[in-house]
Design a protein around this ligand. Structure first.
Ligand code: NAI
Length: 687
C-alpha cells in the first residue's frame, strides 16, 4: 500500500504525520491504516522522540467516514488506531489546525498533548446522528474538561474554538501557526516531554451535577436513546474502570448505530446534502450578487423575513402601505430582538446591530437599488400582481423579484412583470427567522442563475433550501393539507380529536393536527376555504362548524379543545364531541371505533402518497427532499427522518397495499401514486 493519504516528515526529533485526504480527512479505512503505519515507523525510528499528528488547510479531521456506518468497517478500527497511539512508547502530540469533529476529536483525545492553531474547532456532532462518541470521547473529554462540560458538549454537538479548548483544559496552548507550534514542541522535547495519556487522568469532582444538565435535553428528545445513553456514558467516566467503560462505549455506539432513530438521522444527513443538488442546473451556474434586500409587506411574515436577513448581516428595507403599520412592525421586531437579548441568545451589541440593518419606508420607490425584493403582502392574486407590476417599474435591471406566496400561481405573478425570468418563489415558514426551511419555487420562466442564487440565499440564512415547482400548495402545504383532511375524515368516521392528536404526539410530533389548528386559529383555514369555494367531496365540515360557533381556537379559549384562562394546553370538550356526532349523523355516517393504528396509517400515508405524486409530477426533485421539508418546516422529529423515511422503515410494499385498500374502501382521494406502486413493486390491482 502506498502512503498517499498521509505525508511523513522528520524534523529533528519530531516525526510529523500530516493527514491529506480531502475534503475533510474523513477517517475511513485507508486513512486509518496509513496513520497507523506512519506511527509505527516513527515508533521504530531511533532518531524520533515524539510523533506529531496534524493536517494542512482548514480541516484537521471531520471524523468518521459515515458511509462506513452502512457498509461495514475494516481493521484497524478508530478505537484500535487510538489504542495504538496510546500504547506506543513515545508521546504523540496533536497540532489541531482546523475542525476536529467526532472521530477527529477522539483521535486528538488519544494524543498526549493538544496544541491548537487559531482555526481549530472541536465538537462531537454524533448526537445529531442519534449516537454518542464511540471511540473514547465520552470517557476522555470528561477527564480534561470535567464531566458537566463534557456532557453538555456531547448533548449539544456544539463546536468550541481554540481559545475555549484552552480555557476548558482540553488544549495546552494556541500557537500562531504550525511552525510556531513545532518550535514550541521542539523546546518541550529538549526539556524532556513526559508521556501523559488522557485515559490515565484521574476524574475529579462528583457526577451529581450531571442529571440537572441532562434534564432539558432528555425532555426534548422524548425518549430517544442517544440522549439517555450520553448521560449514562459520562457517569461511567466517574465510576467505571476506563477499559471497561471504553468497551461498553464501543458496543453501545454500535447498538445505537443500528437503531431506527440513528438510521433516520443518517438518512436526513444525506437528504439535506442531496437537496442542494439540482438535476438540470450545472454546478457552475453563475449566481447574482445579493448584498441588499427589500421586503414588501410587514405583517407576520414580512417582519420575520426581514429579521432572517438582518440576522445574516444583510441590510433590509421593509416596505408597508401605511406609516402606523410600519411603526408597529418595527416596534415588534425591536421587541423580538430585545426578548432574545433578555434570554441571553444574543448580546446587546448584536441586538442593536441587527436592528440597525432594518430600515422602514412606505415608499416602494426606495427599493430601486436592492438586489432582491421579497413580496409578503396579503395572499391575494390581485394584490400580489399589482405589487409585482410596481416592483418591475421600480427595481433595477437584474434584481431578483421573489414572492412568499404559500398557495398562489407564481407563473401568473411573474406574468405581471416584463421580466418573468427574474421572478421566483421564496416560500418561508412561520416564524421565518426560526424555521429552517426555504421552499424555492421555480416558475416556468425563472432563469437558471436566479434559481442558483435563491438556493444559495437559503444557505446564507442558515436554512435548507428545497427546490419545488408550481402547484397548489407547492410540496409542503399540498401534502400537509391532505394530512389534515384525513384527520377530519377520521373524526367524522368515529375518532375524536384528542385521540387523533394523541396518536400523532406518541409518534413524535410536538403537537397533533387539531391542537395545531387551535394554535393557528380556525379562522385562517376557514377563510382560505371560503375564498377557494366548495371543497368536494371532503369539505372540512366540522372545522367550519367550530368556526361558525365562534370557536376559533386558543385565542377565543375554545376550538377543538377547551382552554382554561391563559392555558396553552386544551382539554377535551363534550360540546365538541356532540358537534362532531351531529356532523357524522347529518352525513349519514354510522360512527365506529377507529383504532390508533388506522389513524396513524391514514394520516401518514396521505402525506406519503401525495409526496410520491408530487415527485411523479416533477414538482419536487426527489422523495428525500420531502423529508427535508417536513423535518425543517413542519416540526417533524428528526428521529423519524420525515414521513417518507417512515414509509420506507414500515416497508413500501405494506404502505402501497394499505393505500390500494383505502382507495377501494374510502374514496378517490386515495388514488395510489404510480411512482409509489412502482417503487414498492406492487401492481395497482393487488390487495
Ligand atoms: P399579514 O396579513 O400578516 O401581512 C401582510 C402585510 O402586507 C400587511 O401588514 C399589509 O399591510 C401589507 N401590505 C398589503 N399590501 C401591501 C402593499 N401593496 N405594499 C406594502 N404592504 C402591503 O400576512 P402574512 O401572514 O404575513 O402573509 C403574507 C404572505 O406570506 C401571504 O402571501 C401568505 O400566504 C404568505 N405566508 C404566510 C405564512 C404564515 O404562516 N402566515 C407562511 C408562509 C407564507
Amino acid at each position: 500500500m502506498t502512503n498517499t493519504l498521509v505525508e511523513q516528515e522528520k524534523r529533528g526529533a519530531l516525526g510529523v504525520i500530516r493527514m491529506n485526504r480531502p475534503p475533510v480527512n474523513a477517517l475511513g479505512y485507508e486513512l486509518r491504516s496509513q496513520i497507523a503505519e506512519a506511527h509505527a515507523a516513527f515508533e521504530a525510528d531511533p532518531e524520533i522522540a515524539v510523533t506529531v499528528l496534524t493536517a494542512s488547510g482548514r480541516v484537521f479531521s471531520g471524523g468518521a467516514d459515515i458511509t462506513e456506518f452502512n457498509t461495514g468497517r475494516k481493521h484497524p478500527y478508530l478505537t484500535e488506531l487510538i489504542a495504538m497511539l496510546e500504547e506506543g512508547r513515545k508521546p504523540v502530540i496533536a497540532i489541531v489546525n482546523g475542525i476536529a469533529f467526532g472521530g477527529g476529536f477522539e483521535l486528538v483525545l488519544g494524543c498526549d498533548y493538544i496544541f491548537a492553531l487559531p482555526g481549530a474547532k472541536f465538537s462531537f456532532p454524533e448526537i445529531k446522528l442519534g449516537n454518542i462518541p464511540g471511540a473514547g470521547g465520552t470517557q476522555k473529554l470528561p477527564r480534561l474538561a470535567g464531566g458537566p462540560k463534557a456532557l453538555e458538549l456531547i448533548l449539544t454537538g456544539k463546536a468550541i474554538t481554540a481559545d475555549d479548548a484552552v480555557t476548558l483544559g482540553i488544549a495546552e496552548t494556541v500557537a500562531a501557526d504550525e511552525a510556531a507550534a513545532l518550535a514550541r514542541l521542539e523546546k518541550a522535547v529538549a526539556d524532556g516531554l513526559p508521556r501523559r495519556r488522557v485515559r490515565d487522568i484521574v476524574m475529579r469532582g462528583s457526577p451529581d451535577e450531571l442529571d440537572a444538565i441532562a434534564e432539558g435535553y432528555l425532555r426534548r428528545s422524548r425518549g430517544a436513546p442517544a440522549e439517555k445513553t450520553a448521560l449514562e456514558a459520562v457517569r461511567k467516566a466517574y465510576d467505571t474502570p476506563i477499559d471497561e467503560a471504553l468497551a461498553w462505549e464501543r458496543d453501545t455506539f454500535q447498538i445505537l448505530n443500528a437503531t431506527p432513530e440513528a438510521r433516520a438521522m443518517r438518512h436526513l444527513f444525506f437528504a439535506e446534502r442531496e437537496a442542494r443538488k439540482i438535476a438540470d442546473l450545472p454546478k457552475d451556474t453563475p449566481q447574482r450578487s445579493v448584498s441588499s434586500v427589500g421586503v414588501v409587506g410587514a405583517g407576520t411574515m414580512g417582519r420575520s423575513i426581514a429579521m432572517c436577513f438582518a440576522d445574516a448581516g444583510l441590510p433590509v428595507i421593509l416596505v408597508e402601505e401605511a406609516q402606523d403599520r410600519l411603526d408597529a412592525a418595527l416596534a415588534a421586531i425591536a421587541k423580538t430582538y430585545e426578548a432574545s437579548r433578555e434570554k441571553g441568545r444574543i448580546s446587546a451589541e448584536e441586538a442593536s446591530a441587527r436592528m440597525a440593518l432594518i430600515t422602514g419606508t412606505i415608499a416602494l420607490d426606495d427599493l430601486a437599488a436592492v438586489d432582491l425584493a421579497i413580496e409578503a403582502v396579503f395572499e391575494s392574486m390581485e394584490v400580489k400582481c399589482s405589487v409585482f407590476t410596481a416592483l418591475d417599474k421600480v427595481c433595477k435591471p437584474g434584481a431578483i423579484l421573489a414572492t412568499n406566496t404559500s398557495t398562489l400561481d407564481v407563473n401568473r405573478i411573474a406574468a405581471a412583470t416584463a421580466r418573468p425570468e427574474d421572478v421566483i418563489g421564496l416560500h418561508f415558514f412561520s416564524p421565518a427567522h426560526i424555521m429552517k426551511l426555504l421552499e424555492v419555487v421555480r416558475a416556468e420562466k425563472t432563469a437558471p442563475d436566479v434559481i442558483a442564487t435563491a438556493m444559495e440565499i437559503g444557505r446564507r440564512l442558515g436554512k435548507h433550501s428545497v427546490l419545488v415547482g408550481v402547484c397548489d400548495g407547492f410540496a409542503g402545504n399540498r401534502m400537509f393539507i391532505n394530512f389534515n383532511r384525513e384527520a377530519q375524515i377520521l373524526i367524522e368516521e368515529g375518532a375524536l380529536p384528542w385521540q387523533v392528536d394523541a396518536v400523532m404526539t406518541r409518534w413524535g410530533l410536538a403537537m397533533g393536527p387539531l391542537a395545531v389548528m387551535d394554535l393557528a386559529g380556525l379562522d385562517i383555514g376557514y377563510h382560505i376555504r371560503q375564498a377557494r369555494g366548495p371543497q368536494t367531496p371532503y369539505p372540512f365540515t366540522t372545522a367550519d362548524r367550530l368556526f361558525e360557533a365562534g370557536r376559533l381556537g386558543q385565542k377565543t379559549g375554545k376550538g377543538w379543545y377547551l382552554y382554561e384562562e391563559g392555558a396553552r394546553r386544551g382539554t377535551p370538550d363534550p360540546e365538541v364531541e356532540e358537534l362532531i356526532k351531529a356532523v357524522s349523523k347529518e352525513k349519514g355516517i354510522t360512527r365506529r371505533a377507529v383504532s390508533d393504528d388506522e389513524i396513524l396509517r391514514r394520516c401518514m400515508w396521505q402525506l406519503v402518497n401525495t409526496g410520491y405524486q408530487i415527485v411523479e409530477e416533477g414538482i419536487a426533485q426527489r422523495i428525500s427532499d420531502l423529508d427535508v421539508i417536513f423535518v425543517n418546516g413542519y416540526g417533524f422529529p428528526r428521529t423519524r427522518g420525515g414521513p417518507m423515511c417512515f414509509a420506507r422503515e414500515t416497508g413500501l410494499e405494506q404502505v402501497a397495499r394499505d393505500i390500494i385498500r383505502y382507495h377501494a374502501e374510502i374514496g378517490p382521494h386515495w388514488t395510489p401514486s404510480a411512482l409509489l406502486l412502482d417503487e414498492a413493486g406492487v401492481s395497482p390491482g393487488s390487495r
